[in-house]
Design a protein around this ligand. Sequence first.
Ligand code: SAH
Length: 230
Amino acid sequence: MEQFQSGTGSSGKRGMVENLKRYGVISSKRVAQVMEALDRGLFVPVGSSAYVDTPVPIGYNATISAPHMHATCLQLLEDKLHPGMRALDVGSGTGYLTGCFALMVGAEGRVVGVDHIPELVDMSIKNIEKSVAASFLKKGSLSLHVGDGRKGWQEFAPYDAIHVGAAASEIPQPLLDQLKPGGRMVIPLGTYFQELKVIDKNEDGSIKVHTETSVRYVPLTSRVEQLGGF
Ligand code: SAH
């Protein structure tokens, strides 16, 4: 990962990662490295605090998740994000986590981000282009698409890692179908009360689910529902 270390201008990112380590959120060296390398400041709207541990509104009734949620999900998926592996980010929003995945699986891997708001997908592409993950977008191991993420993204399935960045009322079947045997999905489930679920698909195709923590995400829904009142 050395090639992604930027020596300058990183006190904010470094401070953010140091705090997450201090509070016990980050214990993985790889996750610390990747979150330091990919500058969250390039992914939040101008003028908002990039390195404070809080979600930030990004328009369209969406938010970029708080750094501790990004760190938690990266750690839960870390074993499925080795070089050459495949990852799907549903509700990719700003593209921050999608970019982290790309740094972790490298040029031999494949990362797909899907969001149903075209303006957010355009923005995420611009964000990535400014970042250390730009080369993956250029070379084609990372792509961001407009689509209903509840259907997954069949083209590059099956995936070792699936992250869902919005809360579903139930686990969408296409996402389970597109998870590789041996793969892992992290998905917030619920409406008002939500829990982050970790779903492991065994080699025989059976599923094991455990609850990680209580969370608060925007809903995984239709575009019309999401934009209602926006
Ligand atoms: N993980 C991202 C964004 C989280 S906000 C980040 O941290 O930047 C949740 C995102 O899910 C929003 O961008 C929203 O547009 C998207 N979303 C909600 N329902 C969706 C659906 N059915 N298909 C695709 N994207 C969806």
